[in-house]
Write a protein that binds this ligand. Structure first.
Ligand SMILES: *Cc1c(COP(=O)(O)O)cnc(C)c1O
Length: 393
């Protein structure tokens, strides 16, 4: 029998909706020798990861930890711990990930009220208020909707959550590490994220944070959390020795992923939260300038637009698949296609974490211009000159 040869994976430039390019020092950290999940040296890594996560989330919440699994496991962790069967939740839906939250909540036996605005738009207090009826246990929304490229202002959501007596749960998968977050100041009760977007770590961990109000809700549950694996009261016994008898085994922590996250968070803090957010904003502005110079249209209005992800309308007559194949085959560059109603008519260009660089902006604009010209689409002005002008002081 022929066994496979050792893997030889290509090197890509990841400019899609995630995963993003991983910094070399994060890859090195992942390759460190594996140690035990109760090794004293590992316990120190865990403590440092929690402390750094709190800083990056902008919170003093004690229960701030990386869950094992991807961003969706973080979503499920928050919902399964906060909701009991029959509880009411109001979900703000303006893309794929709000839709997913509602679906997860329904599977948990919660009563779900959906509030909708058009994909690519965000919620004002009134949009949410008009869908609400009575009291809710949780109001849930997506901060950075990666499926459409829209950034949600959280203040109006906090306002409505308070009116209906609810905890505020926020998806921060694409905003963590790309924006300066302030969970405590914003009154967010529970948040989750993922490692492969603006933290620039491979996929595999889902940072979450629970406020003391969210922890009180967890402690007051009448029924045990339906998921054994994601039960935060048990997992806290491992992370914080809350059982009283030292750190208790629950499941084997993904040791090397935590080494990688440790380095990724260290890089975020070394750069500075303010500086990192400014870098994401600067590179996105240059990308947008270049795209618009070519005559391309963007899906989201400037005031609601995300920096880590730019959604571009695919011009009539241009073949989505051909353009993306051109970028991948000729330049090893990945950009994202559209999801749901945006499939086939939208590109999603991510400039996340280590991938948010002037080099990538320039490469992407040049490669995209070439691919559009190959399809005989009439490119307007020079994208590289427009991007360079956006960088000029
Ligand atoms: C990527 C993403 C998720 C899901 O994360 P996975 O790591 O794919 O499970 C959830 N919400 C948002 C906003 C995302 O961008």
């Amino acid at each position: 029998m022929n066994h496979p040869a050792p893997l030889e994976t290509p090197t890509r430039i990841l400019l899609g909706p995630g995963p993003s390019d991983v910094a070399p020092s994060v890859l090195r950290a992942l390759a460190a020798p594996t140690i035990g999940h109760l090794d004293p040296a590992f316990l120190e890594v865990m403590d440092q990861v929690c402390a750094m996560l709190r800083e990056v989330f902008g919170t003093e919440n004690r229960l701030t930890i990386p869950m094992s699994g991807t961003g969706s496991a973080g979503m499920e962790t928050c919902l399964v711990n906060l909701l009991e069967p029959g509880d009411r939740i109001l979900v703000a839906i303006n893309g794929v990930f709000g839709t997913r939250m509602a679906e997860v909540a329904r599977r948990l036996g919660a009563q779900v009220t959906e509030a909708h605005v058009e994909w690519g738009r965000t919620f004002r207090a009134e949009d949410l208020r008009s869908a609400a009826e009575g009291e809710y246990a949780v109001v849930a929304a997506v901060h950075a909707e990666t499926s459409t490229g829209a950034l949600q202002d959280l203040a109006p959501l906090r306002e409505v959550a308070s009116e209906v007596g609810a905890l505020l749960l926020v998806d921060c998968v694409t905003s963590l590490g790309g924006y300066r977050l302030a969970l405590d100041e914003w009154g967010v009760d529970a948040a989750y994220s993922g490692t492969q977007k603006c933290l620039s770590c491979p996929p595999g961990l889902a940072p979450i944070s629970f406020s003391s109000r969210a922890c009180d809700r967890l402690a007051a549950r009448k029924q045990p959390v339906q998921s054994w694996y994601l039960d935060l009261s048990m997992i806290a016994e491992y992370w914080f020795a809350d059982g009283g008898g030292g750190r208790a085994y629950h499941h084997t922590a993904p040791i090397n992923m935590l080494f990688g996250l440790h380095e990724a968070l260290r890089l975020v803090l070394e750069e500075g939260l303010e500086e990192r957010a400014a870098r994401h904003a600067r590179n996105a502005a240059a990308l947008v300038a270049g795209l618009e110079a070519m005559g391309l249209e963007l899906r989201v209005s400037p005031s609601e637009r995300l920096a880590p992800l730019t959604a571009v309308a695919i011009p009539d007559g241009v073949d989505d698949g051909k353009v993306r194949r051109h970028l991948l085959e000729r330049y090893g560059m990945e950009i994202g296609g559209g999801l749901g109603p945006m499939q086939g008519n939208t590109w999603r260009i991510g400039l996340m974490g280590a991938g948010s660089t002037r080099r990538n902006v320039t490469l992407c604009l040049a490669a995209l211009r070439e691919a559009l010209e190959a399809q005989e689409w009439a490119v307007g002005g020079d994208p590289l000159a427009a991007a360079a002008a956006a960088y000029a002081p």
